[in-house]
Design a protein around this ligand. Structure first.
Ligand SMILES: Cc1cc2nc3c(=O)[nH]c(=O)nc-3n(C[C@H](O)[C@H](O)[C@H](O)COP(=O)(O)OP(=O)(O)OC[C@H]3O[C@@H](n4cnc5c(N)ncnc54)[C@H](O)[C@@H]3O)c2cc1C
Ligand SMILES: Cc1cc2nc3c(=O)[nH]c(=O)nc-3n(C[C@H](O)[C@H](O)[C@H](O)COP(=O)(O)O)c2cc1C
Length: 455
């Protein structure tokens, strides 16, 4: 009896264990099947499932534009997509994404764009384990630079070293090359499991009329700088916000558009540009700047298109105090923001601007003095490098005013930097790092309070 009782208790325990085991095995089998089904979807099917991560690293907006179109095309084909700036992407996002598309441009000398800097430091700084990730990389670049597609290549190499599997071989795009973009479109069609994705749309060129042009610095030791005003021939003022860019297509080199920062706001009805006339060593004019500043007649037309420049828009900083720092034609992007502030009447602004000679290069002097008088600007520092033997630059002025810069930042200010990549942008970055430390700079960038339009 004891034995039987012991036996029946044991049987009951074994039975319970067997049921539990069967339950666990069933769960594992279901999970495996679900994963298999999702994997099948990830490798080319369509319909619902884990969204495809579409991540972009963009400086002047092209990669972002391509990423938006990519996500849009996938949605159209019924494939859910999740669009993110690379800086927002975490290791967890990659570990759970299953499929990811990276659209990555390169800036500086083979460097990552600003909106990828955090990802590089926090995620790419070591190899990770991403065995479930299937990814495709579109690397945007320009063969005129020594390190062609430097960042796209580094990102792709890192993905492979982290165990991710390529959905297809990396596609490299030289200067928005159409054949490479068509290849990307083809890969997207395959990924979406459809052959009838809408065609790839490059933004259209439109004729704009040059309505005014003024040489601002005759007699300057620096290159001639011009204020230009253009309006669309079609009439309706196109939409842009301060911080955006235009691209110009010069007749002598239509396949290589040049970017210019917009110095006005949509309410002005005209795009204002501040253009430095380039001259090559052989004496010939710069292709696009020569076209804009000398060759096209006032009243003539220019092929132009607007390019949203999220990295440099005011965005969430619309009512924050602003420290606006720039040199040379970099005043264009800063003037756009000041005109936006003057129209909105919100927030304090401090302008730190550098050029060569006060007598010739103090562009928009009257307007700036007017803003100072009316309170749009609460402080202006003009720094002219050729007027004193010390050759001061904007970064030196920032360093001298470090206590004030820190006080503004403590009050929530955002810092906008526009102008030369060489010399100025690095110098300002170093000055800022000296004041708030590398971590502080990282935090400002992460909060969108440190933005750059540098070239
Ligand atoms: C985001 C962004 C914003 C910008 N904003 C502005 C702005 O607001 N204002 C502004 O003025 N510029 C701005 N630029 C710069 C602008 O886009 C052009 O690069 C600039 O006007 C020169 O173009 P170009 O066609 O006149 O010169 P290019 O003819 O392209 O020449 C540029 C340089 O290339 C070399 N080069 C090219 N061809 C020759 C040759 N045959 N012989 C010798 N050397 C040669 C020279 O070093 C020359 O100086 C911006 C650029 C970027 C990326
Ligand atoms: C200041 C500057 C630096 C650049 N440096 C490089 C480079 O080192 N290597 C490269 O392949 N392309 C370089 N490019 C070209 C860009 O990667 C290319 O124009 C890309 O399409 C820009 O995409 P974005 O608008 O998303 O930033 C550079 C462009 C600029 C304006």
């Amino acid at each position: 009896m004891n034995a039987i009782e012991w036996g029946s208790a044991a049987v009951r325990q074994w039975a319970a264990f067997a049921v539990a085991l069967a339950w666990v095995l069933m769960c594992v089998a279901i999970a495996r099947e679900q994963r298999r089904a999702r994997r099948a979807d990830a490798l080319g099917g369509s319909g619902a499932g884990t969204p495809v991560l579409v991540a972009y690293a963009s400086q002047t907006g092209f990669a972002e534009q391509v990423a938006r179109q990519t996500a849009g095309l996938l949605h159209t084909a019924g494939v859910p997509a999740r669009l993110m700036a690379l800086s927002q992407v975490t290791v967890d996002d990659l570990a759970t994404a299953e499929r990811a598309l990276f659209i990555a441009s390169t800036c500086g000398e083979g460097d990552p764009p600003d909106n990828a800097a955090l990802f590089v430091r926090r995620v790419m700084s070591q190899a990770r384990s991403l065995p479930n990730l299937h990814c495709g990389v579109l690397a945007l670049g320009d063969k005129e630079y020594t390190r062609f597609c430097g960042f796209g290549r580094a990102l792709d190499d890192w993905l492979v070293s982290s165990g991710a599997s390529p959905l297809f071989e990396r596609i490299e795009v030289d200067n928005a090359n159409e054949a490479a973009m068509a290849e990307w479109h083809h890969r997207l069609s395959h990924l979406a499991g459809t052959s009838d994705l809408p065609d790839w749309q490059a933004p259209a060129w439109e004729p704009w009329r040059l309505l005014a042009r003024e040489h601002l610095n005759p007699g300057s030791a620096g290159g001639p700088t011009f204020h230009l005003e253009l309006a669309p021939v079609a009439g309706a003022a196109a939409g842009w916000v301060s911080g955006d860019l235009v691209q110009v297509r010069a007749p002598a080199d239509p396949s290589r558009p040049r970017e210019y920062s917009i110095a006005s706001i949509a309410a002005d009805g005209r795009v204002h540009l501040l253009v430095r006339q380039e001259r090559h060593d052989d004496g010939s004019l710069g292709v696009a700047s020569g076209w804009l500043t000398e060759q096209v007649e006032v009243g003539g037309t220019v092929d132009l298109r607007l390019r949203p420049h999220a990295n440099f828009q005011l965005g969430d900083n619309a009512t924050r105090p602003l420290i606006l720092v720039g040199n040379g034609t970099g005043l264009a992007g800063l003037r756009g923001h000041l005109r936006a502030r003057a129209a909105a009447g919100a927030g304090r602004c401090w302008l730190v601007f550098g050029e060569r000679q006060a007598a010739f290069d103090a562009y928009y002097r009257d307007e700036i003095e007017g803003w100072l008088a009316s309170g749009v600007l609460s402080r202006v520092d003009l720094v002219f490098s050729r007027d004193t033997p010390e050759r001061p630059y904007v970064q030196d002025r920032l360093r001298e005013a470090a206590a004030d810069v820190k006080a503004w930042l403590d009050h929530g200010a955002a810092l906008y930097v526009c102008g030369s990549l060489q010399g100025m942008a690095g110098g300002v970055d170093a000055a800022l790092t000296g004041m708030v430390g590398a971590d502080g700079v990282e935090r400002l960038m992460e909060a969108g309070r440190y933005r750059r339009d540098v070239y």
